[in-house]
Design a protein around this ligand. Structure first.
Ligand code: ZN
Length: 236
């Protein structure tokens, strides 16, 4: 790869000044002027059931296959254990992100123990605290660690989760996961309705554990915008 071809990697960083670009490019080059890795913060979002956790584990697998090493974190996984589980049956051990956890310490402690960390896979990132999102940005900018965050954009009221909002603001790239989840009517599912006692509710705590199975006391159902707004759960 030539220097010219690599230059946009440096230029692609968010809103750098000219001095930043020169300093960043200089810092990012090895002994032969060859560009080194340019880390990024990426946010992948979508409604429930769209395969976010599956994609998170696939990404972890793909990077590990290429010899990279990462950590997988989660918060309030539906298994309620320190692991990422997926609706299609995959599972992977994960570090639970608690209130006091500092993601930077997580990486620094691993490095201190001689464990390589090239990237973080952060599942259920919408449930993280705002401080965690800032720590993700710092890991990318100051530590050259890639951070791939996966999560819901909006809650059961169709409002952005604070952590998701911050990710939209800070991430180098955001991508809507392209696996379509269908509403009962066949339209593309967009919003996560909370269903209690067979009815769509619009008030309550932002995070309440539930599931998407019919028998759950509190469950969630992905609806198109039309039927979310109407509170129409179809014949289910
Ligand atoms: Zn619908």
């Amino acid at each position: 790869m030539t220097d010219d071809a690599a230059a946009p990697i440096c230029l692609a960083r968010p809103l750098p000044g000219p001095d930043d670009i020169r300093a960043g490019c200089a810092a990012a080059r090895g002994v032969n002027g060859r560009p080194l890795h340019a880390a990024a913060l990426k946010f992948f979002w979508g409604p429930m059931d769209c395969g976010k956790s599956t994609m998170a584990l696939q990404m972890n697998y793909n990077h590990a296959r290429q010899g990279r090493r990462g950590l997988v974190t989660t918060r309030i996984d539906r298994s309620l254990g320190p692991q990422v589980t997926t609706r299609i049956g995959l599972a992977h051990s994960a570090i639970e992100v608690t209130d006091g956890l500092d993601l930077r310490d997580l990486v620094r402690d691993a490095w201190a123990e001689g464990v390589r960390v090239d990237y973080l896979i952060c599942d259920e990132a919408s449930f993280y605290d705002l401080e965690h999102i800032e720590q993700m940005a710092e890991l990318v900018d100051n530590y050259d660690v890639d951070v791939y965050a996966f999560g819901l954009a909006t809650d059961f009221r169709s409002c952005l989760f604070p952590a998701a909002r911050r990710l939209f603001e800070l991430a180098d790239s955001v991508a809507r996961i392209q696996v379509e989840v269908l509403c009962w009517c066949g339209r593309e599912g967009l919003l996560n309705a909370r269903v209690v006692g067979g009815r769509v509710v619009r008030e309550g705590e932002q995070v309440v554990i539930g599931d998407t199975v019919d028998t759950a006391q509190v469950r969630y159902q992905v609806l198109c915008r039309r039927h979310y707004r109407a509170g129409d759960l179809g014949g289910r």
